[in-house]
Design a protein around this ligand. Structure first.
Ligand code: AAO
Length: 511
């Protein structure tokens, strides 16, 4: 009774750290640039049946239409108004998506771009996704409305008006991030306008927000507009639920702004996670998987209940943002699956899976000259996500979240939820294994030789299906079988040439 009371009190005050997952689910998938009607279908036909907890959607508010280059993905990070009106769909489609996803227990999290409006150099006019007029030169966004008073031009102290040094916290917050008009989030009018936009989305049923470019706002300013937010819609969420908040703060160390400054508002994106995991799995800089024994806070990451983690995101999978060359993506599929598998098996952080579109990647002098290329489209209209007979996606949608290895590890994470990190084993090199209490166990071989050993799994005796090489289907395994003895020991053999050199078993895939 006392424990319950304590938990409910903590639940109420910590609610912005809680993704509010339903049905024991534990992961978010970022359906980058998907149309709202396709997301609604995906919630019903795939995400709910396979245990995904929520979707991060691309920014839903009206943005600049950029024609040179032709409709880059990043035009959506240049707001024109807070009308729900983008290439992904209009307000009706958005509402319908939120309802249909909520009805099958899948949450929607919105990417909220509220630090800035369009680029300062964009021409005045109506080249916007809903046709609203705007004039960046005179700071006029009548469809919101915002005018010159609502921007930080007077507050920025750099000579150019842009961020010149990341060692100066005031510049980072008060000056323009790559020429984007910086909103005066210190002003109550701006705070109230942002909150009204977010409250509109909350009323439709969204469960939370990624706050874009949070590093470029003062933590107190973010708190001020978050404090104006309503509780989640009680049609789908318990009374008193606060919106889940994760702030995009890139803190790899060595800059003036630190992620910890934002803990009061919600979680933060832990960018060290993907940068380090990529380095380890690639075996760069002498890193080995055996060093992952104390992964998490032991690697000087933020506390687990403040972290939103991911192997790659929409920026660093194409060289934007931060993390550098070590970041693993679908382009390095074999290593990528291991990294995502490790992330989903490990208890640290709230996990987000990336789901991408493919683009004609082309490197010149180490830079991808096509890093701007937008989603698959016909004359600018985003193409539908078609589904192939083998359940993969067509039309250049990569759908990593449908790869068997990744989908099954999302299920693994649900099955082992709440279990301790147990039975760590390593060979001092790149063969490692660990369990999650008596619910699941995973073994990796990232060495250049075979793994062949008996390991303590902590699992009940029986025959388990490896969920990486196959599935459990009609009480047999379509892939590798693992036999756990009454002492919890099992024999594992993983060739270094295996298509996927790792094995994962859990109690829901036991024969
Ligand atoms: C576009 C054009 C620009 C043009 C602008 C305005 O590309 O040329 O000036 O329009 O007309 C996205 C695109 C941008 C695009 C923008 C608007 O990525 O290319 O600009 O839409 O259309 C910083 C921010 C971080 C931001 C990231 C991209 O801190 O918030 O840059 N991410 C979000 C979104 C992103 C979006 C925006 C914000 C804007 O996810 O998609 O931009 O809404 C350092 C800093 C980081 C900083 C990076 C990059 O990182 O620490 O805070 O991220 O620099 O500037 C090592 C260091 C690492 C360092 C990194 C790079 O890894 O350890 O700390 O090197 O130097």
């Amino acid at each position: 009774m006392k424990l319950l009371l304590l938990l409910s009190v903590l639940g109420v005050c910590w609610a912005q750290y809680d993704p509010h997952y339903r049905n024991g689910r534990t992961s978010i998938v970022h359906l980058f640039e998907w149309r709202w009607d396709d997301i609604a279908l995906e919630c019903e036909r795939y995400l709910a049946p396979n245990g995904y907890g929520g979707v991060q959607v691309s920014p839903p508010n009206e943005n600049v239409v950029i024609n040179s280059p032709s409709r880059p993905w990043w035009e959506r990070y240049q707001p024109v108004s807070y009308k729900i009106c983008t290439r992904s769909g209009g307000e009706d489609e958005f509402r319908e998506m939120v309802k249909r996803c909520n009805d099958v227990g899948v949450n929607i999290y919105v990417d909220a771009v509220v630090n800035h409006m369009s680029g300062s150099g964009v021409s005045a006019g109506t080249s916007s996704t809903c046709g609203s007029y705007f004039n960046p030169g005179s700071r006029d966004f009548p469809a919101v409305p915002y005018s010159a008073w609502d921007f930080n031009d007077g507050k920025c102290t750099s000579g150019s008006g842009g961020i010149e040094s990341y060692n100066d916290a005031s510049q980072v917050r008060d000056c323009q991030l790559s020429g984007l008009l910086d909103l005066a989030t210190g002003k109550d009018y701006v705070r109230s306008t942002i909150a009204a936009y977010m409250n509109n989305l909350i009323s439709m049923g969204v469960a939370g927000f990624r706050i874009d470019a949070s590093k470029h706002m003062w933590p107190g300013d973010i708190k001020a507009f978050l404090d104006k937010l309503n509780n989640l819609n009680t049609q789908w969420f318990p009374e008193g639920s606060r919106p889940f908040i994760y702030q995009e703060v890139i803190d790899l160390g060595g800059e003036a702004v630190q992620g910890s400054e934002y803990f009061g508002n919600g979680r933060i994106t832990e960018f060290k996670y993907g940068a380090k995991l990529g380095t380890v799995i690639r075996k760069w800089n002498g890193e080995k998987m055996s060093y992952l024994k104390n992964w998490g806070e032991g690697w000087s990451f933020v506390p687990t209940d403040r972290a939103l983690v991911f192997v790659d995101n929409h920026d660093n999978q194409r060289g934007h943002g931060a993390g550098g060359a070590s970041i693993l993506t679908f382009w390095d599929a074999r290593l990528y699956k291991m990294a995502v598998g490790f992330m989903l098996a490990h208890p640290y952080g709230a996990t987000r899976v990336m789901s991408s579109f493919s683009w004609p990647r082309y490197f010149q002098n180490g830079q991808d000259v096509n890093d701007w290329v937008g989603p698959p489209n016909d004359n600018g209209v985003i193409k539908r996500v078609t589904i192939n007979a083998d359940t993969t996606c067509g039309n250049d949608w990569v759908c990593e979240h449908r790869w068997r290895q990744i989908r099954n590890m999302v299920i693994f994470r649900n099955v082992v939820n709440g279990q301790d990190f147990t039975n760590w084993w390593d060979n001092g090199s790149n063969q490692v294994a660990f369990g999650r209490g008596n619910k699941g166990f995973i073994v990796f071989n990232n060495d250049d030789w075979e793994l062949s050993t008996n390991l303590q799994t902590g699992l009940p005796a029986g025959t388990y299906c490896d969920v990486i090489s196959g599935d459990k289907s009609d009480n047999h395994c379509t892939g590798i079988e693992v036999h756990v003895g009454s002492d919890g020991l099992a024999y594992f053999s993983i060739s270094n040439n295996a298509e996927d050199p790792f094995i994962a078993i859990h109690v829901d895939a036991k024969l």
